[in-house]
Ligand binder design. Structure first.
Ligand code: ZN
Length: 64
């Protein structure tokens, strides 16, 4: 895991900042810290996050 790797916004060429961002998935809301561009608001969601968090959420739903 390269968690210390800096992400750069493709549009603004500025460094993304880790921000607490709200997502909606399967009618559920959850918050997660994701790299986000302070200028244009572009959120970078890594494949690991998408797979990991979504899979986790789906599992949570199944358990209920
Ligand atoms: Zn940007």
């Amino acid at each position: 895991m390269a968690s210390d790797k800096k992400r750069i916004c493709n549009k603004c060429k500025c460094e993304l900042e880790e921000m607490d961002t709200q997502f909606t998935y399967l009618d559920k809301k959850f918050r997660h810290k994701v790299p986000r561009c302070p200028q244009c608001g572009q959120v970078f969601i890594s494949e690991e996050l998408a797979k990991g968090k979504m899979a986790q959420l789906e599992k949570t739903l199944e358990e209920k």
